[in-house]
Ligand binder design. Structure first.
Ligand code: EPZ
Length: 421
């Protein structure tokens, strides 16, 4: 296991290239199962989660070639000979559940391990299963696996989700492309990753309308073709790196970023006194005054403030002028970065889904532990601004979602290095 050592080193200035979206790539990859023709993804991020999804698809019989230093994924699912997604892969990454809908739609049967929970919550998949049942799937939960079949194929259905679920929308959307008849998904997720998936499926021959709104209509077709599709820019990596100049007082241009991807996040940063400029290359960000102002944050499904940027925003607000309240409404246990930030001198009071943060003059470097992907990067952001050295251990969490973080921040003047633990 590695650790990352960050030493507060003043303002960050320069440019940071933003990669393709992990959470788009993790749903675009299973889409290869929907067609016997090759699906090629460009602008793919180089992350351990992508390697895990490649392993899973290969275990089913798909061919996945990683080209151009991992930025191109050439996939072909001509011969799917195994329809069982094993627990030992699924437990490493819950997005593995996204092979269920495509396998069912393609061959009418699948056995997928239940993903189990993770640090931020129980994260059940009941909404995925209910949507597939609405489309005629027969599901049986046995020995920790979902045994699914759809004899005669899936059928189109009108299905309303009880609340927004990104993954359940993705599973149902992919399954519906090959179902017989029309499917309407209501209370569908509106995230840019959903739009990116729909646009890729349309290139493959799917008939989809309404993606990006809360009602998506899909006309099933008999088969899908291959396609080549660029993975959309990662809005969470974008938001994360936008905070680097804000927390340290410099100016950074995030290459490839657009305001449309992080609208609510930008609104909140501007409320806190941050200057954001859209350039022809991306988003240029700097802190307008000496300190950011305290602001209140509530996480919501897109287009609201993203839960995946809550931990990073908390790190910033630990150094704001005043008291902020962060409300986490998506996951039941997503404040595990708070005790680690407190070790760095932050003043945070967590009560259930609310965290009250009182800004302090300066954080102090300390040894801290990463607990989940976004918590780990919030500790690095805090370390950039802290006095002295911060040692973040268990950075395998970080490598799931951020490629070459020490290179990208180091290029802007951060004192940051990766060492074996
Ligand atoms: C996706 O997870 C993302 N992961 C998450 O990013 C992100 O935080 C989340 O969407 C919300 O935006 C990927 O895309 C791979 P949900 P997902 O289904 O699909 C509950 C990161 O850091 N729920 O929208 O699993 C669930 O427990 C990760 O990159 C059910 O109860 O999220 C949660 O409380 C973390 N039953 C809420 O809904 C279900 O069947 C939203 O979950 C499904 C979800």
């Amino acid at each position: 296991m590695d650790k990352i050592v960050v030493t507060g080193n003043g303002p960050l200035n320069g440019q940071i290239p933003i990669a393709g979206a992990k959470n788009a790539c993790l749903t675009l990859m299973p889409a290869t199962l929907l067609s016997e023709e090759p699906l090629t993804l460009t602008n793919a991020p180089r992350l351990s989660d992508i390697k895990t999804m490649s392993e899973l698809l290969a275990s089913l019989g798909a061919e996945v070639s990683s080209l151009q230093d991992g930025q191109v994924l050439a996939m072909s699912s001509h011969d799917i000979h195994n329809h069982k997604a094993d627990y030992d892969i699924v437990r490493k990454m819950r997005a593995s559940i996204l092979v269920l809908g495509p396998m069912l739609a393609r061959d009418g049967h699948a056995v997928v391990s239940l993903p189990g929970g993770c640090a931020i919550g129980a994260r059940p998949v009941d909404l995925h299963l209910k949507a597939l049942e609405a489309m005629g799937a027969e599901l049986e939960l046995r020995d920790g696996y979902v045994h699914a079949k759809a004899t005669g194929g899936l059928k189109g259905a009108v299905h309303e989700f009880p609340f927004v679920s990104v993954g359940a929308t993705e599973n149902a959307l992919m399954a519906a492309t090959l179902a017989k008849g029309t499917t309407v998904l209501k209370t569908a997720a509106r995230e840019p990753e959903i739009v990116d998936l729909a646009e890729c499926l349309i290139k493959m021959g799917a008939q989809i309308e309404g993606h990006g709104t809360s009602e998506i209509t899909i006309q099933g077709v008999d088969r899908l073709n291959g396609a080549t599709h660029p993975v959309v820019t990662d809005r969470i990596e974008l938001g994360t790196y936008m905070l680097a100049p804000v927390i340290t007082g410099g100016e950074v241009e995030c290459l490839g970023g657009t305001r449309a991807l992080v609208g609510a996040f930008c609104d909140k940063l501007e409320e806190a006194g941050v200057a954001i400029e859209e350039t022809d290359k991306g988003l240029k960000v700097r802190r307008a005054g000496d300190l950011v102002k305290a602001v209140n944050v509530t996480t919501e499904p897109f287009p609201g403030f993203p839960t995946d940027l809550q931990a990073q925003m908390m790190a910033l607000l630990c150094t704001a002028d005043g008291t902020s309240v962060l409300e986490e409404k998506i996951f039941e246990n997503r404040f595990m970065h708070a005790p680690e930030l407190i070790r760095m001198g932050a003043e945070i009071d967590v009560q259930g889904g609310l965290a009250t943060v009182t800004g302090v003059k300066r954080l102090k470097g300390a040894p801290v532990m990463a607990t989940d992907l976004r918590a780990s990067v919030s500790l690095i952001l805090a370390g950039l601004a802290a006095e002295g050295e911060t040692v973040v251990s268990r950075v395998y969490h970080l490598d799931r979602g951020y490629e070459r973080v020490e290179e990208k921040l180091g290029a802007c003047g951060a004192k940051i290095e990766r060492l074996p633990e």
